[in-house]
Design a protein around this ligand. Structure first.
Ligand SMILES: NC(=O)c1ccc[n+]([C@@H]2O[C@H](COP(=O)([O-])OP(=O)(O)OC[C@H]3O[C@@H](n4cnc5c(N)ncnc54)[C@H](OP(=O)(O)O)[C@@H]3O)[C@@H](O)[C@H]2O)c1
Length: 230
């Protein structure tokens, strides 16, 4: 049985991806900081008949990252670095960005996924596995206000790019899911109606395709990966 470790799987895109990978037959190791929400997600995911290990904690905490790898119990086929933070909200201009919040955005969106990947690589090399880093169009487009989040995601994109050049036996994908109706997206647009954005489940087939077809390492956009339907 294949096994996936997905960070930030209690809600939003991470939870939808976890459900899609469970349907594809992956056993799961999942995390989030809120243990109650994580347990609720784990319970629902077990209905797919796969094993689900929930490890509450913060990906920026080295001890928690070690606990996540321990929970993989010697097997890992797919690491999904999905957990992330928007940073300061409302989104400030870089001129006014509080440096402590900037550092926290880099810690959660770039340092933590790279550090978790370092821990996971021995298992991923052994399985010929894959890393999927969830990034954003804000990593490559210059949207006013998105400099802290976007710069941190850009750092994760380039780390992914270099990792792909270094780890030829492991697939490394970095992917922009597009705008999604989630708590993080609402935080970026406080008070606005975001009900026109698609649900996270809508992009899951794109990511399942990436995994099941073991597409080459590289940058992807979910919108370009959607399976063609007649
Ligand atoms: N939504 C969009 O439009 C959009 C667009 C482009 C990219 N993305 C990216 O997609 C990913 C998922 O975002 P989302 O919109 O689904 O966000 P979300 O609804 O806010 O969900 C975030 C998930 O990550 C967990 N999490 C956050 N910080 C964590 C930490 N430090 N340690 C462990 N778990 C943590 C949250 O649970 P706890 O709070 O309990 O920890 C939750 O399960 C992010 O990387 C985001 O940057 C989203």
């Amino acid at each position: 049985m294949s096994k996936a470790l997905i960070t930030g799987a209690s809600r939003g895109l991470g939870r939808a991806l976890a459900a899609g990978l469970a349907r594809a037959g992956f056993d799961l190791v999942i995390d989030a900081r809120d243990a109650t929400a994580l347990d609720a997600a784990a319970g629902a995911l077990r209905a797919s008949g796969v094993a689900v290990t929930a490890v509450p904690g913060d990906v920026t905490d080295p001890a928690h990252r070690a606990a996540l790898l321990a929970a993989c119990a010697g097997r890992l086929d797919l690491l999904v670095n999905n957990a992330g933070t928007l940073g300061a909200s409302p989104l400030p201009a870089l001129a006014d960005y509080p440096v402590a919040e900037l550092r926290a955005a880099f810690e959660a969106n770039a340092i933590a996924p790279i550090a978790l990947t370092q821990l996971a690589l021995p298992l991923l090399r052994a399985s010929g596995g894959a890393v999927l880093n969830i990034t954003s169009d804000a990593a490559v487009e210059a949207y006013a206000g998105w400099g802290g989040y976007g710069a941190a995601k850009a750092a994760l994109e380039q780390a992914s790019n270099v990792l792909a050049a270094e780890e030829l036996g492991v697939r490394v994908w970095w992917a922009d899911p597009g705008d999604l109706r989630t708590d993080m997206h609402q935080l970026a647009f406080p008070g606005e109606d975001i009900s026109d954005r698609p649900e996270p489940a809508s992009v899951v087939p794109a990511f399942v395709r990436l995994v099941s077809e073991r597409l080459p390492s590289g940058r992807y956009r979910a919108a370009h990966l959607m399976p063609v339907t007649s």
